[in-house]
Design a protein around this ligand. Structure first.
Ligand SMILES: Nc1nc2c(ncn2[C@@H]2O[C@H](COP(=O)(O)OP(=O)(O)OP(=O)(O)O)[C@@H](O)[C@H]2O)c(=O)[nH]1
Ligand SMILES: [Mg+2]
Length: 326
């Protein structure tokens, strides 16, 4: 078993959603390990291609054309970069996407939070300013893990406790992976409250028009109408949230490997940097033997990532996270 498989074992034990379980199983079955082994082999082949240049540095042109070297380099570089691009959503998959529900007071945020959770977790009243503090809960949406946060309604307020709550909402908006912005259907275009807060946040924003049962709006109008009372629009909303938070993973399917930890990401970044340094050195006229050291370093980065572990290491890792035997 390699280190990636050992990590996958721990992930499988911790998995709280179908998508996490499938991903952990795929990694346990060497999905990621095999891909990295293939990349490693491709880098070694590239090194073999420039071996002639190393042995006969004085010759003008070796038996391998420069185009072929360039092609091999750019192919393996592209594949490393592709894998690296899965990192943001892969890490999000392990931790759960932070979904922050925000909007003006009384818009129906807490009701929608409860509806998405399937339990009456947050207090709901007709009084604007009911939610004072942020409430966090885990939810599985379309098979994907989310950390849902209900927040205090956003408006300019002079009331001290409410203002503190709004400060907390702003912090969550800053950390969000995505924001669900609620506006009340009745008020047509909304009050404009909260817009300035949303404009400042960098995460993608999904907008909904709440309380659709009170003022029926055409089904496909925008923002999408939802009702926490009748459940209207909720299936579409769930699909949209999964698409925004995990669209790349959805498009990749379960067969393509994905990297899921900061450890994986930094190792791939190192490998990519070495591949780029190789090309810069080669095109900069550095001698072939010196350029090859970058390829070696790239291979080492991948070796670190795959890792070799003894059975004891695996047991330590799995059981440390678990406190078995204590
Ligand atoms: N008819 C109808 N009423 C709703 C719906 N969602 C919420 N409400 C009502 O709207 C009022 C406010 O709902 P909340 O969920 O507390 O709204 P909120 O945005 O969390 O409000 P604050 O926490 O005060 O910012 C309550 O009286 C709810 O019963 C809905 O889909 N349909
Ligand atoms: Mg509330």
């Amino acid at each position: 078993m390699d280190l990636l498989q050992a990590e996958a074992t721990a992930d499988l034990i911790d998995a709280g959603s179908p998508a996490q379980r499938r991903r952990a199983l795929q990694q346990l079955e060497r999905g990621l390990s095999d891909r990295l082994a293939a990349l490693r082999a491709a880098i070694l082949e590239l090194e073999a291609l420039i071996a002639y240049d190393i042995d006969f540095p004085e010759e003008d042109e070796g038996p391998v054309s420069p185009e072929r070297v360039r092609g091999a380099w750019s192919a393996v570089r592209g594949r490393v970069a592709d894998l690296l691009r899965t990192a943001p959503e892969g890490e999000r998959l392990r931790e759960g996407a932070l979904l922050v529900i925000a909007g003006p007071p009384n818009a129906g945020k807490s009701s929608l939070f409860n509806a998405l959770l399937g339990t009456e977790r947050a207090i709901v009243t007709e009084i604007p300013g009911t939610t004072r503090d942020a409430i966090e809960a885990q939810a599985v949406i379309e098979g994907f893990p989310f950390r849902l946060v209900d927040t205090a309604g956003l408006r300019d307020s002079d009331e001290r406790v409410e203002r503190l709550g709004i400060e907390v909402s702003k912090k969550y908006l800053g950390a969000a992976d995505l924001v669900l912005f609620c506006e009340e259907g009745e008020k047509g275009r909304g009050t404009g409250d909260g817009e300035s807060f949303i404009a400042a946040c960098t995460a993608p924003v999904v907008r909904v028009r709440t309380k659709a049962d009170l003022l029926p709006v055409p089904r496909h109008s925008s923002p999408c109408p939802v009702s926490a009372v009748t459940g209207e629009g909720l299936p579409e909303l769930r699909r949209q949230l999964a698409e925004v938070a995990f669209g790349r993973l959805l498009a990749l399917g379960d067969v393509e490997p994905v990297v899921t930890r900061a450890r994986h990401r930094s190792a791939l970044e190192r490998a990519l940097a070495e591949l780029d340094a190789f090309w810069a050195a080669r095109t900069g006229g550095v001698d072939a033997a010196a350029t090859a050291t970058h390829l070696r370093a790239a291979v080492l980065a991948l070796d670190d990532l795959i890792g070799t572990v003894t059975p004891e290491d695996v047991l330590d890792r799995v059981f440390a996270a678990f406190c078995v035997g204590k």
